[in-house]
Ligand binder design. Structure first.
Ligand code: MG
Length: 217
């Protein structure tokens, strides 16, 4: 079979032994292998390096694969807060981050991400980088809550916005597929955002929250 464009690009890069070890730990723990694709993991690191955020909020930790990609881009003052529903997942992610030397820069909050985000808003917390990769029905709500928690110029990145082609198929009517359509439409049309949606792998949305002065245009 002809290699895909993604296969070809992956072959350009040397194997990342640290990330391979994370995937092996996720597998050994019996957790689903639904970590962000390696090409977008590299993009997360690159975006964090470019933005130099002080406060990153990750929605959905899983086993720490994307957390490690985000942490690799942080400067020494940067912090990652990761929201995770499953205590066992958060524990594995925390162990991953400690093993990779980022234990001091990352914290976890267990529970429903929407509730945690509302609580963070009440605490007056603000973030300049968001990575959304959690339960898909929640995406439209995560976007609104991210906007409420965002500093001007913040970046909001979201994984799996295509659900392996299902989002683009008009015959697909499942609730989580409809939620992703609503999310993508909002990312594309919201006047508070500049955005692009990348169709490779399983789709990645990247949006930047406009500063107050940019909202008029
Ligand atoms: Mg994902």
């Amino acid at each position: 079979m002809k290699p895909t464009a993604e296969d070809y690009i992956e072959a350009c890069y040397a194997e990342d032994t640290q990330l391979q070890a994370v995937l092996a730990r996720i597998d050994a723990a019996g957790m689903p292998q639904i970590s962000v694709d390696p090409g977008y993991g590299r993009l997360l690191t690159l975006l964090v390096l470019m933005c130099q955020p002080k406060d990153v909020l990750e929605i959905g930790a899983l086993g720490g694969y994307s957390g490690l990609c985000l942490a690799r881009g942080l400067d020494a003052a940067g912090k990652l807060l990761s929201l995770e529903l499953q205590p066992a997942y958060a524990q594995l992610a925390a162990e991953t981050m400690r093993a990779c030397g980022y234990g001091e820069q990352v914290q976890y909050r267990i529970g429903d991400a929407k509730a945690s985000m509302r609580q963070l808003a009440e605490e007056g917390r603000r973030f300049d980088f968001f990575f959304i990769d959690a339960e898909k029905k929640g995406y439209p709500a995560y976007l609104e809550l991210a906007l409420a928690l965002a500093r001007p110029g913040a970046l909001i990145v979201a994984d799996n916005v295509l659900l392996h082609g299902r989002v683009a198929d008009p015959l697909e009517r499942a609730g989580h597929v409809q939620a992703l359509r609503e999310f993508n439409a909002a990312v594309a049309a919201d006047p508070r955002l500049d955005s692009a949606i990348l169709p490779a792998y399983d789709g990645l949305a990247i949006a930047r929250v406009k500063a107050a002065g940019q909202l008029a245009d």
